[in-house]
Design a binder for this molecule. Structure first.
Ligand SMILES: [Zn+2]
Length: 336
């Protein structure tokens, strides 16, 4: 079972299968010492907070850290989009409080004060949350076609007493999804996911789509340009030894010349259509919003083709490396 700390909102909403669960660790945070110096009577406060997993769960249920945005295909529009996700359950202030206990110096010396046990408070908080919420739905809407979709979750609290020590956890279970996961999962970058990750441009790619949907195509071009620049720079870093050119010299080249220099190492489509870069740059500097909108689909398709080729290039390179190694070890085994 995955830990909730490893899971993105995208994963929980659109990738986690039905009846699958993630675990919420309930190990509370180490006690923090907070000095209140700017008050009339300075004092020291000791604060213990709920576990990080629990904080993440609260955020997932209630969007405590602000807007929740996920990315996937819209089953209705049949294209990549982003969704704003609503709250799953309105939690009150007390339920949302991250503090398990806090006390000040004076309280330690005073016999009558009860200083709570964080272990008990953590279990109590978790159990109360699960009892109260139990089931919740997270609705999300496609900004383009306004269709509303839904994912449903359940919470369970598990507690075991092992040799006087409580072992407890919350599990978050996906219990439903409408429509089915597959319909969201055909995200149109699935074909070049690895290249997006390797080049660290997944967010740029998503932001381009998001800005386009929101009608801000000039901003979308900024992200598309960044994708092209990243592909060029990454290819330069990987191959500069073979190119016989200094960083300084390369830096001074115009983008078209950079692409020419990297001819053998870039996706063919980018090399054959170097003007793509000029168009996205013009979008940022000289084109109007209307012009940017008009060319968006073409530019986006071009970038998709480039990314597909980049993914294939990386795949082939890896396969060649692996196979060469395999041949070498076979040869050395035969010869020995
Ligand atoms: Zn839609």
């Amino acid at each position: 079972m995955k830990d909730i700390m490893e899971c993105t909102d995208d994963y929980l909403m659109l990738e986690l299968s039905i009846n699958k669960a993630v675990r919420v660790d309930l190990t509370y945070q180490p006690e923090e010492t907070m000095s209140h110096v700017d008050e009339q009577y300075p004092y020291v406060e000791y604060v213990t907070k709920v576990s990080l997993g629990y904080q993440k769960l609260l955020n997932f249920i209630n969007n405590t850290e602000g807007e929740c945005i996920i990315h996937g295909n819209c089953p209705n529009c049949k294209e990549a989009t982003y969704y704003k996700v609503g709250r799953g359950y309105e939690l009150d202030k007390e339920m949302l409080s991250l503090v398990l206990r806090s006390y000040v110096d004076e309280q330690i010396d005073c016999e009558d004060t009860y200083i709570p046990d964080p272990d008990f408070e953590m279990r109590n908080k978790a159990e109360t949350l699960v009892r109260k919420v139990k089931f919740f739905d997270k609705k999300f809407q496609c900004p383009k076609c306004k269709e509303v979709y839904r994912a449903s979750f359940a919470l369970e609290y598990h507690e075991k007493l092992i040799e006087d020590v409580y072992d407890c956890e919350i599990v978050l279970i996906k219990i439903g999804q409408y429509p089915s996961l597959q319909e969201f999962a055909i995200i149109d970058f699935k074909g070049f996911n690895k290249a997006l990750d390797a080049l660290k441009i997944k967010n740029d790619y998503r932001n381009a789509i998001r800005n386009h949907i929101d009608g801000d195509n000039i901003a979308a071009y900024v992200y598309l340009r960044r994708i092209v620049e990243n592909i060029i720079m990454d290819s330069y870093r990987d191959n500069k030894k073979k190119l016989n050119i200094s960083d300084n010299e390369f830096e001074k080249l115009r983008t078209k010349e950079k692409i020419s220099t990297l001819k053998d190492y870039l996706p063919k489509f980018l090399y054959n259509n170097k003007e793509i870069y000029s168009v996205v740059s013009a979008g940022i500097h000289t084109l109007t919003e209307q012009q940017c909108e008009k060319y968006y689909d073409t530019i986006k398709d071009a970038i998709d083709i480039i990314l597909h080729q980049e993914e294939a290039r990386r795949k082939e390179l890896n396969l060649m490396k692996k196979t060469t190694k395999g041949i070498q070890s076979a040869v050395s085994e035969i010869e020995s």
